[in-house]
Each structure stands twice: as structure tokens, then as C-alpha cells.
Design a protein around this ligand. Structure first.
Ligand SMILES: *Cc1c(COP(=O)(O)O)cnc(C)c1O
Length: 230
């Protein structure tokens, strides 16, 4: 079943790329495997997937030793400062940096381990109260502040769009994030590139790709519905 799901997602990604006149290689599929057992991750790994997304540090820590070492782990969930030290040497990219305090802690822990950590700044594009992320208005200032931290590299922006029935409703938000990334890039800030746009989930990744996503984060579409009661 996972194999068929993945094949369908891949087909959709190719179709969206084609529609937007983009090359398939411009978009990375991150398989969001939170709550799913390592056996399912292995199944997808065997199909060629190397990018996995988790939203809890504990879950990355638990799965990391169980699976092949060439997996690229993406930290996509809200990150507490006291957990930073457990994840910075395992994650290839932290998508969810939304405050200077968090960035500072990542910088401190990165220095201790002599690492330079790639991060994205999470933007709450629709200003939803239920969501983490810096407001669009404050994003530029946060990027400037974080750019001063030596052991971090800002690579772009991440957003979680609202949950909607019709993905077209999110097009304007994806477009807004893309524009914001272009505005930030035009400032030529040291240590900052805007090459990565992490946006689009199961319900709306095709629209996100049409609007410039370079990473889509797909969970349900590959692994099926999540059961949080287990
Ligand atoms: C769970 C999650 C996803 C995947 O959501 P689906 O709708 O299952 O594709 C993507 N991004 C983040 C940040 C998530 O927490």
C-alpha cells in the first residue's frame, strides 16, 4: 500500500512541476513519518526515499539508530530549547525556528559540537493563533538578527498553511511566502540564502509546488491517517 501511495504522490509532484514549468529535481519530497513505526519508514526507504520529517525530538532520537545512516532527518515540529542539544547532530535541517531565543540556543549547542546548522525560519503566514511561527511582518527583522549567529545558516522559509477543504484557498498564502523570500533575498544579508521554501502538505502540496515550494512535507498521503491514541 505504501508503495502505491508513494507512486501516486510522485506522480502528482511531477504533474505539478510540469504545470509550473519546473524541473522535478527542484522539489524534495520529505516523507513525514511522525507516529509511524520504523518498519513503515524502512518500506519507504526501500523505495528510494531518503528525506524523513519528524515533529518530535524524542521520535527522531528513537528512530535514528534503527534506520540506515544515509537518511536525512528533517526537524519540522516546534522545538523546545532544552531539547536542542539532542537533535542538532541528527537533523539535516531544522524547519521550525521562530524566535531569536531558540536560534541563540541552537547556536550555543552548535558551537559546542563545532557544527554549522542549516535552518529555516517558520512563518505563520495566515496569522493563525493556533500555529507557531513568526508573523510575516516580523520575519525580516528576525532573519537579520539570526544572521549574526555564527554557527547557523538560514537557508529559507517554512510555513504551515491553514487546514482547508480546497487547496486553492492556500495559493495566496504560498504566493505571499514566496514573495517574502524574494524580498529577504534582495537584501543580500550575510549568512542568509533563500533557496529553500518548505511549504505544502498532503492537502495542498501541488498548489505549493506551483507557487515555488522546494520542499513538500507529505505524511498522510504516503503513510495513511495517523492514530494518536496508540
Ligand atoms: C504532520 C505534519 C506534516 C504532514 O501533514 P500531512 O497532512 O499528513 O501531510 C507536514 N508538516 C508539518 C510541520 C507537520 O507537523
Amino acid at each position: 500500500m505504501l508503495k502505491e501511495n508513494l507512486a501516486q504522490v510522485e506522480k502528482n509532484i511531477e504533474a505539478a512541476c510540469k504545470k509550473a514549468g519546473r524541473d522535478r529535481s527542484e522539489v524534495t519530497l520529505v516523507a513525514v513519518s511522525k507516529t509511524k513505526p520504523v518498519s513503515m519508514l524502512q518500506e519507504i526507504y526501500d523505495e528510494g526515499i531518503r528525506d524523513f520529517g519528524e515533529n518530535k525530538v524524542q521520535e527522531i532520537e528513537a528512530k535514528y539508530p534503527e534506520l540506515p545512516k544515509d537518511i536525512r532527518w528533517h526537524m519540522i515540529g516546534h522545538l523546545q530549547r532544552n531539547k536542542v542539544k539532542h537533535v542538532i547532530d541528527k537533523a539535516c535541517l531544522i524547519h521550525s525556528v521562530d524566535s531569536y531565543r531558540l536560534a541563540e540556543e541552537i547556536n550555543i549547542q552548535a558551537k559546542k559540537k563545532n557544527l554549522v546548522i542549516p535552518i529555516l525560519v517558520e512563518v505563520n503566514i495566515a496569522d493563525e493563533e493556533s500555529k507557531f511561527g513568526i508573523s510575516k511582518e516580523d520575519a525580516m527583522e528576525l532573519v537579520k538578527q539570526i544572521s549574526e549567529l555564527e554557527n547557523l545558516r538560514i537557508q529559507g522559509l517554512m510555513t504551515i498553511a491553514p487546514f482547508v477543504e480546497d487547496p486553492e484557498e492556500n495559493r495566496t498564502y504560498f504566493r505571499g511566502i514566496k514573495q517574502l523570500s524574494v524580498d529577504i533575498a534582495s537584501k543580500n544579508i550575510d549568512n542568509v540564502s533563500m533557496n529553500v521554501l518548505s511549504m505544502g502538505m498532503t492537502g495542498d502540496y501541488m498548489v505549493a509546488i506551483e507557487e515555488g515550494a522546494t520542499i513538500v512535507r507529505v505524511g498522510t498521503g504516503i503513510f495513511g491517517a495517523r492514530n494518536y491514541n496508540k
